[in-house]
Design a binder for this molecule. Structure first.
Ligand code: A2P
Length: 319
C-alpha cells in the first residue's frame, strides 16, 4: 500500500465536512514565533493541500494565520478554520469570538472551541467557580445563534464524559467536536466511544506526542514504518485517521509538513491492531503533551483543576 496525499474528510453533526488531516499552529509558547517563518510555513502547507488550519487565541498567532490564508491560493470556502476561546475569557464569549474573527481577518470561523473547561481569573492561574463549563457553553450557543453567518459550528476541547454529561443536560446544541490529546500512547478509548455515541467528532491534538515521544522510536512503530516504506510519523498519523479522528500535526519543516499529509490509506488490520495495542505495553500509556512546561503526572492539577474535576482517566507516569 503506497502513501498518498490524504483528502479524506469527516462529517460533523452540523453536516459540514472537516479534513481528516489539519495543520496545528501551536508554537510552544505565545509570543515566541517568528511571524514571517510561520506565515511561510502555513502558505507552504496550503500549497501542499492542507485544508484545515487549527489555531487558538492563546497561541497568539491568529493574525499570522489570517495573513497566510490571504496570501495563499486557497479559496476561503475550500478551507476549514478552527480557533478557540481561552479560559480567562469565558465571561466574555461574544466579544472574544469577534476579536478572533478580526485577528484572523476572516468573514467566518468554521469551528469555535472552548479551549479548556475551566474558567480562570485574569492571572491565567486561579480557577473561578463561574462561569462553569456549561455556563460558558450556553454563552457559545448564544453567539452561534446570534451570528450564524460568522460562526458555523461550536465545540469543546479537553472535555471528559463527565463534563460532557453536565453540558449535554442543559445544552440545546451538541458540540460538533471535542479536541483532546490523542495518539497511540493515549488512545482515549472510553472517551472515543462516548463521543461517538453522542455524535461528537474527536480531534487529536499532540498527535505525534510533541517532541521525543517514546512511540517515535518504538520497534512496533518503526517496524511498520519499514514495512510500508514511510516514516514513523506517517504510520502514527495514518493510524489516527483510520481510528476515526481528525488529526492536527504541526511542523515548521517543509519535508515533514509533506510527510504528515501523505498517509497510508488503509493499514492492514493486524498492523492497525498492533498500533492500537501499543499503550498496553507497560509504561507506554502516557499523556505526552506539556502543560505548564511538562507532561502532567496523573493526580497533578492541570490549569488549577484536579483530575476529579477534569474527569481524566489514569495513565502511566514516566519512570
Ligand atoms: P518540526 O517542527 O521540527 O518538524 P505534535 O504535532 O504532536 O505536537 O508534534 C510536533 C512536533 O513533532 C514538533 O516538534 C515537530 O518538529 C515534530 N514533527 C512534526 N512532524 C514530524 C515528522 N513527520 N517526523 C518527525 N517529527 C515531526
Amino acid at each position: 500500500m503506497v502513501a498518498e496525499i490524504c483528502t479524506k474528510t469527516f462529517t460533523l453533526n452540523t453536516g459540514a465536512k472537516i479534513p481528516a488531516v489539519g495543520l496545528g499552529t501551536w508554537q510552544g509558547q505565545p509570543g515566541t514565533n517568528d511571524s514571517a517563518t510561520l506565515q511561510q510555513s502555513i502558505i507552504y502547507a496550503l500549497d501542499l493541500g492542507y485544508r484545515h488550519i487549527d489555531t487558538a487565541a492563546a497561541y497568539d498567532v491568529e493574525v499570522d494565520v489570517g495573513k497566510a490564508i490571504k496570501q495563499s491560493n486557497v479559496k476561503r470556502e475550500d478551507l476549514f478554520v478552527t480557533t478557540k476561546l481561552w479560559s480567562t475569557h469565558h465571561d466574555k464569549v461574544e466579544e472574544t469570538f469577534l476579536k478572533s474573527l478580526e485577528s484572523l481577518g476572516l468573514d467566518y470561523i468554521d469551528l469555535y472551541l472552548m479551549h479548556w473547561p475551566m474558567s480562570l481569573a485574569a492571572d491565567g492561574k486561579t480557577p473561578l467557580e463561574h462561569p462553569t463549563p456549561t455556563e460558558t457553553w450556553l454563552s457559545m450557543e448564544a453567539v452561534i445563534k446570534k451570528y450564524p453567518s460568522k460562526l458555523k459550528a461550536i465545540g469543546v476541547s479537553n472535555f471528559s464524559p463527565a463534563l460532557l454529561d453536565d453540558l449535554l443536560a442543559q445544552a440545546s446544541i451538541v458540540p460538533a467536536a471535542n479536541q483532546i490529546e490523542l495518539h497511540p500512547m493515549l488512545p482515549q478509548e472510553s472517551l472515543m466511544s462516548y463521543c461517538k455515541s453522542k455524535g461528537i467528532l474527536v480531534t487529536a491534538y499532540s498527535p505525534l506526542g510533541q517532541q521525543k515521544a517514546p512511540m517515535l522510536t518504538h520497534p512496533v512503530i518503526s517496524g511498520l514504518a519499514d514495512k510500508y516504506g514511510v516514516s514513523v510519523a506517517q504510520i502514527i498519523l495514518s493510524w489516527e485517521v483510520a481510528y476515526g479522528v481528525s488529526t492536527i500535526p504541526k511542523s515548521s519543516n517543509e519535508g515533514r509538513l509533506k510527510q504528515n499529509l501523505t498517509l497510508i490509506p488503509e493499514l492492514d488490520a493486524a498492523d492497525f491492531k498492533a498500533i492500537s495495542d501499543l499503550h498496553k505495553i507497560k509504561g507506554m500509556h502516557r499523556r505526552l503533551c506539556q502543560v505548564n512546561g511538562h507532561s502532567p503526572k496523573y493526580g497533578e492539577k492541570v490549569l488549577g483543576w484536579t483530575m476529579e474535576q477534569l474527569g481524566w482517566e489514569p495513565w502511566d507516569d514516566p519512570e
